[in-house]
Design a protein around this ligand. Structure first.
Ligand SMILES: NC(=O)c1ccc[n+]([C@@H]2O[C@H](COP(=O)([O-])OP(=O)(O)OC[C@H]3O[C@@H](n4cnc5c(N)ncnc54)[C@H](OP(=O)(O)O)[C@@H]3O)[C@@H](O)[C@H]2O)c1
Length: 117
């Protein structure tokens, strides 16, 4: 079985970088939220996969997304995020709509449902 973790970093100039796990959560563990339609629309406009859009969104916010896949096709989708250029408007829309839906897949015993700490 192919299983490779990817860390994609794009640095054109000195910038502060963060990193993220679970960047693909909106399509993996949290599908069904308000981002579904937004992501599908943007992905269709660029003729790429939704996961490519999510990874590109992270890169556009100076965040290095750490992801993984066991599938060769998805590996290509991940790598396509490096060259995909989302518009500022698209990045802002994903951020705005994503903030409307809080989802934490773990720690339910320790955090209140709306807790964002
Ligand atoms: N999350 C954490 O807190 C954490 C902590 C420490 C280390 N890590 C490591 O960081 C790496 C990334 O983990 P993550 O959980 O943060 O990953 P993620 O990027 O949110 O999601 C990756 C997972 O999503 C699946 N996937 C990818 N595209 C998909 C699609 N279009 N539809 C449905 N499923 C899709 C992949 O499965 P397929 O194999 O089927 O493509 C893979 O299992 C892993 O190596 C993990 O061990 C994570």
């Amino acid at each position: 079985m192919l299983s490779i973790s990817l860390s994609i970093m794009v640095v054109a100039r000195p910038v502060k970088l963060g990193s993220s796990f679970k960047t693909l959560a909106p399509v993996t563990v949290a599908a069904g939220g308000p981002l579904d339609a937004v992501l599908q629309s943007i992905a269709a406009n660029h003729d790429v996969a939704v996961s490519t859009v999510l990874l590109s969104w992270a890169i556009g916010r100076n965040v290095v997304p750490i992801t993984t896949t066991s599938k060769r096709d998805r590996m290509a989708e991940c790598l396509a995020a490096v060259s995909l250029k989302l518009s500022t408007q698209e990045v802002e829309e994903i951020t705005k709509v994503g903030l409307q839906h809080h989802f934490r897949p773990w720690g339910k015993r320790f955090f209140s449902p709306d807790g964002r700490s």
